[in-house]
Design a protein around this ligand. Structure first.
Ligand SMILES: [Mg+2]
Length: 180
């Protein structure tokens, strides 16, 4: 099994900064990103508003830039012989913009999974790179190697999370090569 799940938002690009700008338009009192916890927004906006804002951003995905190390990160995994399944919690109507983003910045991948349930990929994948703590918890139960970028909303999780994609890559390759 040589498939790895790689998230997009807050993994390959800085979704949080854009999200904060947009959410501020409807809820000016939201705290700065470094104070966010997972689901922090629930005190400030409705779930409908949240979905609308996220979808708006996702449909403009190609207007934003990836993290500088994203290309190297994906390339390195493919070079090592792994399949990279890009998986993002977003609507199907953002697929074209997402594909344009990946293409525009030469971000290579094997497959693009857009849905509200990444767990359906777990049975066929070896590892997951994601910032969502609850998702990493689920993946760990299924025996996947779990890692990702360290962010304010996952800093209290017990997963091995890192400040850079280079560090995530180092950890991931070590675990993949040393593991099953
Ligand atoms: Mg994410």
């Amino acid at each position: 099994m040589k498939r790895i799940i790689v998230d997009i938002d807050n993994t390959l690009w800085d979704f949080a900064s854009v999200f904060q700008e947009r959410i501020k338009e409807v809820a000016p009192e939201i705290p700065p990103v470094n104070e966010w916890e997972w689901d922090f927004y629930m005190e400030y906006i409705s779930i409908e508003e949240l979905s609308r804002i996220c979808n708006e951003i996702h449909r403009e995905q190609d207007l934003f830039t990836p993290f500088p190390a994203s290309r190297f990160f994906l390339n390195s995994l493919l070079d090592e012989g792994y399949q990279v399944i890009i998986a993002s919690h977003r609507d199907e109507n953002s697929r074209a913009a997402t594909e344009r983003f990946m293409q525009k910045y030469n971000l290579p991948y094997t497959g693009l999974h857009l849905s509200n349930d990444k767990t359906i990929l777990f049975d066929t994948c070896r590892a997951i790179v994601d910032d969502a703590p609850h998702l990493l918890d689920e993946a760990k139960k299924k025996g996947l190697i779990c890692t990702g970028l360290l962010r304010p909303w996952n800093k209290n999780s017990e997963h091995p999370l890192f400040n850079s994609l280079e560090e995530v890559l180092d950890y991931l390759l070590k675990e993949l090569n040393g593991g099953r």
